[in-house]
Design a protein around this ligand. Structure first.
Ligand code: NDP
Length: 330
């Protein structure tokens, strides 16, 4: 492939105004790396929405090809670990932030960042999971490791209609947990019930001024929104329970107190997927292969063309996307 198509974010250094458009690039435009990949699929995560709309300073280098997740086929490799024809995926590691990313027919990356296509997934399914799904899995593993079992009472998932939320609901229900789904779209419960939620809670219940403590309600949970919602969840988490916090769709702040931590022994478990070490990634993908219901994954996934990336980026930061969006790149 002498030239290839990519989405490019540029910035006017005088005004700091950002522009996004399709560009034709060549291999010489790519950043250093030891493996060249023909990208087949990518996906739209919340962070891609922030990068493309410029709503938060996700992009650290201009020009930048956005896209934090890719799945594709190796076409050239200077690494002994990969050969042409190998199918691989990449989640995070600064892709689309500091390193040219996934919304491109070609990518050049470090071999250490790659994971062989996990067994049991097609390239397209791996992107339906994407960073959102693999983060949801790491959050579920974190509360399990803390000792929150399915026999300890209801668990809660926030941002439930989103990518992380949808996959967390599907995983937890498959694992036998009673799942309460917190959503701003409670008037359309069928989707979440289909994924396995036992109770749908309107987000408005968790957006008031947080109390120091409330009636104990959830044994644990996965929070994708942060802000006041997370503060309210902590106040109603049961004695010795744990909430895995992985997102900020509802805000970066956390207006809580020490009360849940020192009076109920509640734990707040931080989840970072971007720079997670390879062993943890492989463990999460192995669990996804075992615990994620493929029919539910298909039911929450919409495939969009390359031309749909920019509109989808605006939709995701506006909270309008449901489930997961896969982008056909190749
Ligand atoms: P999505 O946009 O798909 O999901 C976010 C969901 O949050 C929305 O669907 C909506 O769900 C809810 N939401 C939207 N706006 C608000 C608001 N103002 N207040 C409260 N809830 C809101 O995003 P993703 O699932 O891809 O990502 C979710 C979060 O997780 C993001 O903040 C993302 O940056 C973060 N993330 C972090 C990672 C990490 O490594 N720590 C990795 C991956 C994602 P509903 O309509 O049901 O309420």
């Amino acid at each position: 492939m002498d030239t290839f198509k990519a989405l490019l974010i540029t910035r006017d250094e005088a005004t700091k105004a950002q522009a996004v458009g399709e560009a034709t690039l060549s291999a010489a435009d790519l950043m250093p790396g030891d493996v060249d990949i023909r990208v087949a699929y990518s996906t739209i995560n919340y962070k891609d929405g922030l990068a493309i709309t410029g709503r938060l300073p996700v992009v650290r280098r201009f020009p930048m090809i956005p896209g934090v997740d890719l799945a594709g086929t190796v076409v050239a490799s200077a690494s002994p670990d990969y050969r042409p024809g190998d199918e691989v995926i990449l989640n995070g590691w600064g892709l689309g932030e500091t390193h040219l990313g996934a919304f491109s027919q070609m990518a050049r990356v470090k071999a250490d960042w790659l994971v062989p296509l996990p067994e049991g997934f097609t390239l397209q399914e791996a992107m339906a999971v994407g960073t959102a799904g693999y983060t949801a899995m790491m959050a579920v593993m974190a509360i399990e490791a803390h000792g929150v079992g399915f026999d300890q009472g209801q668990v809660v998932v926030t941002g439930a209609n989103g990518g992380v939320g949808s996959i967390a609901v599907a995983l937890l229900s498959r694992l036998g947990y009673q799942v309460a789904a917190v959503t701003g779209r409670s008037q359309h419960p069928d989707y979440l019930i289909g994924l396995g939620a036992g109770e749908i809670i309107d987000r408005a219940e968790f957006t008031g001024a947080p109390k120091l403590l409330g009636k104990e309600r959830f044994a644990g949970g996965v929070d994708a929104v942060g802000g006041t919602v997370l503060a309210n969840l902590l106040a109603v988490t049961k004695m010795h329970g744990a909430i895995a916090a992985c997102g900020n769709a509802g805000g970066m702040e956390l207006p809580t107190s020490v009360a849940p931590f020192i009076l109920r022994g509640v734990s707040l478990l931080g989840i970072d997927s971007v720079y997670a070490p390879k062993a943890r990634r492989l463990a999460a993908w192995a669990r996804l292969a075992r615990d994620l219901d493929r029919d539910k994954l298909a039911a929450m996934t919409t495939v969009i063309p390359f031309s749909g990336i920019v509109p989808a980026a605006h939709d995701i930061v506006a909270g309008k996307v449901r489930g997961r969006l896969v982008v056909e790149i190749g």
